[in-house]
Design a protein around this ligand. Structure first.
Ligand SMILES: [Zn+2]
Length: 255
């Protein structure tokens, strides 16, 4: 199955879904990790093009650890907006990747880029299946809207500070080591996050969040997801079924 994980910046996918991506890759699925931006604001020292090139390499190295592809969506930091050209660009990307499952950012999150990425991907999933909706690349429409999932927001809280409640949690204990190795590839971000976000150690912070999500589901290490099931997006719990051995939903999944 083709699966696309599309978030705003390099390291978001690893922090929020790295263990789940590693599980899916180990099952043999065709995975692509997309960052809409290459993270050109993520440095106090290097200029935007220099740090973006470094971060694209780091993201590609991380994706390669699980045999996934990496793509940059062509956007800049703090410049992701849900507008007409951006929606057509993300739609073109989806039509090229042709995923059956899409994982993206939470709709309410601490950063404007995350929320815009979420909205763009949500709406591009719908647009990608409409033949008369054109894109510059001219790729053919998808046969159906992909199954769409939202990752947790950063810190598992929405923009108003309320706890984000996932539909289900994936047990990532068996892939936590590779999740850590993937995030470790983002070497340029350690100093930046210390300075800008007051984060002493982003690996420890990621572990704390993953443990907190796991504890809430009665396991040790977890990643939370919500399936977007608003009409007419597909309702079938496809991701939950692919990872049924690792899914803590608190309710039985239809077969
Ligand atoms: Zn981000």
């Amino acid at each position: 199955m083709r699966i696309a994980c599309i978030h705003a910046h390099p390291d978001d996918a690893e922090i929020l879904a790295g263990g789940t991506l590693a599980l899916l890759a180990a099952l043999g699925h065709d995975m692509t990790i997309v960052t809409l931006s290459a993270g050109d604001c993520g440095s106090m020292i290097q200029g935007p093009d220099e740090i973006a090139a470094i971060r694209r390499d780091e993201a590609a190295e991380s994706a390669a650890l699980i045999g996934a592809h990496y793509r940059w969506g062509g956007f800049r930091d703090m410049a992701i907006f849900s507008d007409d050209p951006s929606r057509r660009a993300v739609t073109a990307l989806l039509r090229e990747l042709r995923p059956q499952i899409v994982l993206t950012a939470a709709p309410s999150d601490y950063l404007a880029d995350h929320e815009a990425a979420s909205q763009l991907v949500r709406d591009a999933c719908f647009a990608a299946s409409i033949p008369n909706y054109t894109t510059p690349s001219g790729s053919p429409a998808l046969p159906a809207i992909p199954h769409l999932y939202f990752m947790d927001p950063i810190d598992q809280r929405d923009r108003g500070g309320a706890p984000a409640i996932p539909d289900f949690t994936i047990d990532v204990a068996s892939t936590f080591e590779i999740k850590t190795a993937m995030l470790s590839c983002h070497r340029s971000q350690r100093a930046w996050l210390q300075q800008q976000h007051g984060m002493d150690d982003f690996l420890k912070q990621m572990e704390d969040w993953t443990r907190a999500r796991g504890t809430q589901a009665g396991i040790t290490l977890g990643e939370g997801f919500r399936q977007y099931k608003t009409h007419p997006y597909p309702h079938r719990p496809l991701l939950q079924q692919l990872l049924s051995a690792y899914t803590s939903a608190g309710k039985a999944l239809p077969g």
